[in-house]
Design a protein around this ligand. Structure first.
Ligand code: NDP
Length: 452
């Protein structure tokens, strides 16, 4: 009898887990995966994909408004939330099938059940004890809601996708990715939206100029309450009252708490092995994603390094190849481009100005605030902002930030350039495409004083 049933047992069929399972199976080893909820994890079911579908719906609002300045006219426009939700559900069900098919086609054994670690090489699943040479934990994260009085009346980003009816009004708590994205989306879908954030500028961790700019832009399209905390939520006859710590009261139909996510490590059986967790609950791993229990690895949101789908995919692939091939790779967390799909979008890659200073770079900073050509006729008063941070010593562009429509689409290409070591001179020697917003990146000549 073989010592192990599988060479790799993956817990969690989200983006990272499925990638690791598929790559390992393609290398000819025996792989199993357990998933108790839905195939594709947060990203496919209650994250990136359905959010982006909702975001497209929200953009039609602005596009239709803008089109009037270009001669279009229309009556009786009507937005049907049930139709959007039904079409979204259909697409997500299709994607669940695609993920399952990836596993089946690669001959990965799938357990649609909860798995629990029993020992360094054993997993309990479906009432069976399974032996695996290696175990990979890829269980992701889960929304976290602070325990203020009445917190049970708030929903998280998990439930927002399942709303049967669009409320007339909504209060969104938080100032991170999820809060600004959903506040932007629902305000465009006709919901009277208030965004409540405890800090003085949205999106902590992003470049400060960009934070100031996006906070101002968002504040023009919805009610934004900065430096505000939630004291209590109460419910009466289906209506919610949100009391802020300054005493102000807001009435609404739905409260969305977008106050962060936590690694989903409870009830995994970690107490049965030597795996260590940090205070945040994140599983502690080394450079090779190995935990303190040598046969057990962890990747993705559960290690709480960079909670982005493409990062989990890369980490999963690195682990599978390192374990079952000669290909060893170290994860490079530098220059990971990211986008926030608020209105307007925000795209960023590389260092913020504050990070550049704290890492000891002597820098030049270039900024520009522009009004898109489109808005000369649309009449929309939305502005765009771009910012470049350049290392004086090497002339390399080490930070690039953009608030503009489709910023995510624009920034990806610049991430390739920056990963290839592009200098400011390379940017300047590149001919622009006229008339676009992107051409601003290759025509930035005036340095701004840096803020230390
Ligand atoms: P974030 O960590 O980005 O933001 C959480 C927000 O909640 C912060 O503004 C934080 O404030 C606030 N907050 C935390 N605790 C409290 C509290 N007790 N009371 C009031 N406010 C509080 O988390 P998200 O949930 O928005 O997103 C989780 C992760 O998912 C992101 O970090 C990102 O990695 C990923 N994601 C990526 C997306 C994309 O790529 N487009 C989209 C959505 C999510 P403060 O800043 O003051 O701490």
């Amino acid at each position: 009898m073989e010592e192990f049933d599988y060479d790799l047992f993956v817990i969690g069929a989200g983006s990272g887990g499925v990638r690791a399972a598929r790559v390992a199976a393609s290398l000819g080893v025996r792989v199993a995966i357990a998933e108790e909820r839905y195939f594709g994890g947060t990203c496919v079911n209650v994250g990136c994909v359905p959010k982006k579908l909702f975001s497209y719906a929200a953009h039609y609002h602005d596009d239709l408004e803008d089109s009037r300045g270009f001669g279009w006219d229309f009556d009786n426009l009507h937005f049907d939330w049930s139709k959007l939700k039904a079409n979204k559900d259909k697409e997500i069900a299709r994607l669940n099938g695609v993920y399952k098919a990836i596993l089946d086609n690669n001959r990965v054994t799938v357990f649609e059940a909860r798995a629990k670690i029993h020992s360094a090489h054993e997993i309990l699943v479906d009432g069976k004890r399974i032996r695996a040479k290696h175990i990979l934990i890829a269980v992701g994260g889960w929304p976290w809601i602070p325990k203020f009085p009445g917190h049970e009346h708030a929903i998280s980003s998990n439930e927002i996708f399942a709303l049967e009816q669009l409320p007339e009004s909504m209060v969104v708590i938080g100032g991170g990715y999820i809060a600004v994205e959903f506040a932007s989306i629902f305000s465009r879908l006709g919901v009277d939206t208030t965004l409540v954030y405890r800090g003085d500028l949205l999106l902590r961790g992003f470049d400060d100029d960009i934070r100031a700019f996006i906070s101002a832009e968002i504040g023009r399209s919805l009610s934004l309450k900065l430096n505000s905390d939630i004291a209590e939520i109460s419910e009466q006859a289906g209506k919610l009252t949100v009391r802020l710590s300054n005493g102000e009261q807001l009435q609404c139909g739905v409260v969305l708490s977008a106050t962060g996510r936590r690694p989903m490590t409870s009830d995994l059986g970690l107490e049965n092995v030597a795996v260590e967790t940090a205070k945040s609950g994140a599983i502690v791993v080394n450079e090779d994603f190995q935990t303190a229990e040598p046969s057990i690895y962890a990747i993705g949101d559960v290690i709480d390094r960079v909670a982005l789908t493409p990062v989990a995919l890369a980490e999963g692939q690195i682990v599978a190849k390192a374990l079952f091939s000669w290909e060893k790779q170290t994860m490079n967390y530098q220059n990971i481009a990211t986008a926030v799909f608020c209105h307007p979008n925000l795209g960023t890659v590389g260092l913020t100005e504050a990070e550049a200073h704290s890492q000891g770079f002597d820098i030049d900073v270039y900024t520009a605030t522009v009004r898109q050509l489109k808005h000369t006729l649309s009449g929309r008063d939305e502005m765009s902002m771009i910012k470049l941070i350049v290392d004086k010593l090497s002339d390399k562009v080490i930070g690039l930030h953009l608030v503009a429509p489709d910023a995510g689409e624009l920034v990806q290409g610049f991430a390739v350039a920056m990963n290839s070591g592009a200098t400011k001179a390379d940017f300047d020697n590149t001919i622009g495409i006229h008339p676009t917003l992107a051409e601003e990146f290759v025509t930035m000549r005036t340095k701004r004083k840096t803020q230390v």
